[in-house]
Design a protein around this ligand. Structure first.
Ligand code: DP6
Length: 343
């Protein structure tokens, strides 16, 4: 399958292209990625499974035009990025330059369609869009698998945002074997996002997973359990069994948090409202609603549910969790080359 349709600059050969725009949606992991066995190559400790969410695109334009003269010039959501963000983008572009032979610094403009405060802040959409735009602008013509391998070097979760719908990231053991691929899914799934706090996360996932791997006595057990969870999740998807999928999704996320809470010192992303939301979701389940929680590297909760009942679930969550922002997200598509520049 081709993730990037041709057409960035119709009529010109790929090697002539120096500017390209691409967009990607973010994704939420159903079976989590937490820990890298090889940081330089971004090879994860476990395979993971995610749902790409519609309406969450980040659009990025890359021009290998000399940047600000000496370095890459980066604008994210109309502002200059932090020094750490800038270095991460430049390191990623250095990879693209090394592979393509392009040497010029670049101008990068990126805009997310969903505000950071929506609880979906993620490097996944950003690096998937950057990988597609930068590789295309540098004249490389990557297929979906190659693009997911490249995006992986920017941020692990970006590996999966290259594709739409349900996506499996095969952990693999080296650069060539660690890539994402779409998974057939007939199920009607949706995610209801509950924003409990708009505070930025206190510690980045990169640092938190490094600390978990090096100091949590539960990490080896997590890796083992996660492999089994993935198999059960894939079986549940094949069988179209939402309750089975939901149970394993919630259990996997709680297991990931238990593992990091056991790091020394413990990493606690949860706030009191996070725990309250988990209890509310259990109570809703007992009342017959198809709802299962998942939580990433932050305090907010995402609720896996049936697409047809997502609005009903969102209304019930708003009732129970007053003062929170609740939004429904449905499955969305993968990376896309865009005609015009980033807005
Ligand atoms: C909890 O992809 O943000 O969301 O690879 O270091 O950039 P880096 O980490 P990142 O980690 C995502 C962790 C997670 C789980 C998941 O998305 O699978």
């Amino acid at each position: 399958m081709t993730a990037v349709p041709p057409g960035a600059a119709a009529g010109s050969s790929p090697s002539a292209i120096t500017t390209a725009t691409a967009s990607a949606n973010t994704n939420i992991a159903l079976i989590k990625y937490w820990g890298k066995v090889d940081e330089a190559q971004a090879i994860p400790a476990t395979s993971s499974l995610s749902l790409t969410l519609g309406g969450t695109r980040t659009t990025t334009t890359v021009s290998f035009d000399g940047g600000d003269g000496a370095a890459d010039s980066v604008t994210i959501n109309g502002a200059s990025p932090s020094a750490v963000e800038l270095e991460r983008v430049t390191r990623f572009l250095d990879l693209v330059r090394a592979r393509s032979g392009v040497t010029a610094p670049a101008t990068i403009t990126s805009r997310a369609s969903v505000p950071l405060a929506a609880g979906l802040a993620s490097s996944a959409a950003g690096f998937a869009a950057l990988a597609a735009a930068a590789s295309r602008a540098a004249g490389m013509d990557l297929d979906g698998r190659e693009l997911s391998r490249l995006a992986r070097r920017g941020s692990g979760s970006a590996t999966r945002s290259v594709f739409g719908g349900l996506v499996l990231w095969n952990a693999g053991h080296d650069d060539a074997s660690s890539y994402a691929e779409p998974v057939a899914c007939e199920m009607d799934l949706a995610m209801v996002v509950v924003v409990l706090s708009q505070r930025y996360k206190p510690i980045s996932s990169t640092l938190a997973m490094r600390a978990t791997m090096s100091s949590s006595p539960l990490f080896p057990a997590w890796v083992e359990a996660s492999g089994r969870d993935l198999q059960v999740a894939l079986e549940a998807v094949r069988a179209g069994d939402l309750a089975r999928l939901g149970e394993i999704v919630e259990g996997n996320a709680l297991g990931m948090h238990a593992t990091m809470i056991a790091a020394r010192p413990g990493i606690i992303y949860w706030l009191p409202q996070t725990v309250a939301a988990l209890h509310a979701i259990r109570a809703m389940r007992e009342e017959g609603l198809p709802v299962w929680a998942t939580i990433d590297a932050g305090p907010n909760v995402k609720v896996l549910t049936e697409g047809a009942r997502a609005e009903e679930v969102a209304a019930a969550l708003r009732d129970r969790l007053t003062g929170t922002a609740v939004s429904v997200r449905r499955p969305g598509g993968g990376v896309r080359i865009e005609e015009g520049p980033c807005p």
